[in-house]
Design a protein around this ligand. Structure first.
Ligand code: FMN
Ligand code: SF4
Length: 679
């Protein structure tokens, strides 16, 4: 047996967990009608096949109707959830993975205009900034009702054959009682610590009465709200930890540190790229040392060596690698096979989590199969017939096409004009804070090299270059170039956000960034300018700035830009520019009929997406058998492309990613995966 600390079993009461790696609860918003149906099951089964010991399913599965889903949560207050959870549990058990579920009442961490339009409840009227609902102060009949709802939900989960449940306390109703910042009730549920914990212990007792002493029940909570005004501090957190254990009703502690009521605070609890790894691991270790009770923990432990350290150092009993498994569900299997180098790295882009807060499903920025397990393979199956594929462009889309093509057993030749792979991702990674993004590229280059892809750098591919290869399939992933042509006059006076990020143009001293694309590129350029000492105004005609930069991704930008007094101007549009001596006069209009304004600046930076680099595509199009056309039905349904529009055509021709239209990294990678998996 291996002596790898990560691979040692862990005994949790009667339950033997086969190793020390788990995924902590994370709602991917894959539920349909609030039920964990086929897609949900397939997602968890993939991770079970990948070897994790425990999957803590759902995320904040809702026990009550007045805890409506704020991010697609599973509704455990409905009886119909039982067979769905049973199917999921059975399928994971077959793979040797234990299954639990996190249940909760969200309290004020939701909205009243969802589900059944019931008022939001909390132990005070204090609003949670992130979800914005002004709560009703909870009454005695609410407390009785919610406690019963918890017990009912726990009973349902036991009936579904799960191995246990976890109560989500932090930021949700349970811990809203604990924290003086959100509880201004009097006795018996407010005031002293005894009183603030009463709801939780009453609820745990009701659950135990229903599910018995054997069923596993844990609590996920913050043991230190750190800088939260009137929050629960470390000492009280330690005391709560001791009391949870001493209650005899709690089988494991799942430790969080911080608070989650704002995007900024949440980002310190669940750090993203550029922030330190494992920031709360030592703290979790202190709780374990103090309580000597089974301790789980997750917070940016993205790689196997850090996870191994977490276990080997005795800081935790079970280590959560949650986003790491969104990126690569087969981590344990790869450790067992001695293939740690093959693990697709989580680059902390937080596309997954940010999307659910925008009402979308969790997708990994660089794994197109995650959350699409019913249609997209994590392991690429071989093709029936070996073909020759020529790819132009080694950005994320081109590399993904090469990786998947080679994994299918095809001969793959790739041309890239630049000396290195990466395209726009390499540009993004120029920011120190976003350096990890290059993992998207490096992993694919390594996979391609190992699979025998011929990678030609410094190679500008012309039509002749492609034709000389006598390809069966040509895939153009040539990306795009910034489109700054947005002014009525004066376009020649502006530079692109890429020019600034790449360092091709020196940042000015007094700069207007006009950003109507609203994605990372605009803010990244603004950050470069501000850090170089420039005064920067970011202007958008939209009603919010940077609408494509989602909640937690915005946090590091704001932390950087507010330090430099950057100004954000919404609902105004840059119309034109003209020279004004050594400076530039920018004329500003509004879609709302506002009175025209002007700015005198020394630099105007425009972020307005890209235009496709498509010359080669249109040159090759008449020579191709499909005239570049894609059969969308076949693409969506997972069938091969068989269009034969041109009997004289010599090869099939496709283009992907920004070579079609400006989108994002995930779109480029998904374009590639779903096309090439069927070639
Ligand atoms: C898409 C997504 C949804 C999440 N939803 C929940 C949730 O409902 N409840 C919870 O306790 N944690 C939730 N989390 C947090 C994770 O359990 C975990 O604490 C966090 O991702 C940090 O661990 P990691 O760095 O290993 O990903 C979510 C995380 C993600 C990525
Ligand atoms: S989107 Fe980013 S943070 Fe989320 S799993 Fe993928 S690589 Fe990790």
């Amino acid at each position: 047996m291996s002596n790898d600390p990560l691979l040692q079993p862990f005994q949790l009461k009667h339950l033997t967990l086969r190793n020390r790696i788990m995924t902590t609860s994370h709602e991917p918003a894959y539920a349909e009608d609030g039920m964990p149906k086929e897609r949900y099951r397939a997602y968890h089964v993939e991770r079970a096949k990948g070897g994790i010991a425990l999957t803590m399913t759902a995320g904040s599965a809702s026990v009550s109707k007045d805890s409506p889903p704020s991010f697609g949560n599973v509704l455990v207050y409905k009886d119909e959830v039982v067979p769905w959870m049973r199917d999921l549990a059975d399928a994971c058990h077959e793979q040797g993975t234990a299954v639990m579920i996190q249940i909760t009442h969200l309290g004020r961490r939701t909205r009243w205009d969802k589900g059944d339009w019931l008022p939001v409840i909390a132990p005070s009227h204090a609003r949670e900034p992130a979800h914005r609902a002004f709560p009703k102060r909870i009454e005695d009949w609410d407390i009785e009702r919610v406690i019963k709802d918890f017990a009912d939900a726990a009973e349902r989960m036991k009936a579904a054959g799960l191995d246990g449940i976890e109560i989500e306390a932090y930021g949700h109703l349970a811990q809203q009682f604990w924290s003086p910042s959100t509880n201004d009730l009097g006795a018996p549920y407010g005031g002293s610590l005894d009183n603030r914990l009463r709801f939780t212990f009453d609820m745990l007792k009701a659950i135990r009465d229903r599910v018995g002493a054997e069923f596993i029940v844990g609590v996920r909570y913050t043991a230190d709200e750190v800088d939260m005004l009137d929050g629960m501090g470390r000492e009280e957190g330690m005391e709560v930890s001791r009391r949870l254990k001493a209650s005899g009703m709690v089988d494991f502690l799942n430790i969080i540190r911080g608070h989650i009521d704002t995007d900024s605070a949440l980002t310190d609890v669940i750090p993203i790229q550029g922030m330190p790894s494992a920031p709360h691991l030592d703290f979790a270790g202190e709780i374990r040392a103090e309580t000597r009770w089974p301790t789980f923990h997750a917070a940016r432990i993205p790689d196997v060596p850090t996870a191994r350290h977490a276990i080997a150092s005795g800081k935790v009993d079970m280590v959560g690698m949650t986003r790491a498994h969104l990126t690569d569900p087969h981590i344990v299997r790869k450790i067992l096979a001695g293939r740690e180098d093959d693990i697709r790295p989580c680059v902390g882009a937080n596309y997954c989590l940010d999307r659910i807060y925008q009402g979308g499903a969790a997708f990994c920025i660089h794994n197109g199969a995650t959350g699409r397990e019913t249609t997209m393979p994590h392991e690429i199956p071989p093709a029936d017939k070996r073909r020759k594929i020529v790819i132009v462009g080694a950005g994320p889309g081109g590399l993904e096409a090469a990786r998947v093509g080679a994994a299918r057993g095809h001969e793959v030749v790739l041309f890239e004009a630049a000396p290195q792979a990466g395209g726009q991702v390499r540009l993004t990674a120029q920011s120190k804070r976003r350096r990890e993004m290059i993992g998207i590229i490096d992993w694919r280059v390594a996979q391609c090299e190992a699979a025998g892809v011929t990678l030609n750098f410094n190679s500008w591919a012309e039509a002749d270059t492609v034709l000389a290869e006598k390809p069966d399939v040509v895939i153009l992933a040539t990306g795009g170039l910034p489109n700054t042509d947005v002014l009525t006059t004066g376009n020649e006076l502006v530079v692109s956000a890429w020019d600034i990020i790449s360092g091709d143009v020196k940042p000015g001293r007094n700069v207007l960034v006009f950003d109507d694309a609203g994605d990372n590129v605009g803010l990244q350029a603004a950050e470069v300018i501000a850090q170089a000492g420039g005064k920067v105004e970011i202007m958008t005609p939209d009603r919010v700035f940077a609408p494509e930069v989602m909640g937690m991704n915005l946090v590091p930008y704001m932390r950087a830009l507010q330090k430099f007094d950057a100004v954000f101007t919404v609902t105004w549009r840059l119309e034109s520019a003209e020279r004004a001596g050594n400076a530039i006069r920018a004329l500003i209009g509004s879609d709302y009929g506002g009175v025209w304004q002007e700015r005198i600046v020394d630099q105007i930076v425009v972020n307005h997406g890209t235009l496709p680099l498509d010359d080669l595509y249109f040159e090759l199009k008449p020579l191709s058998s499909n005239r570049g056309a894609v059969d969308y039905d076949a693409l969506i349904e997972g069938r091969p492309q068989t269009r034969d529009d041109n009997p004289d055509g010599m090869f099939q021709l496709f283009r992907i990613g920004d070579a079609v239209a400006a989108r994002n990294t995930h779109a480029a990678i998904y374009d590639a995966l779903r096309l090439v998996k069927d070639l």
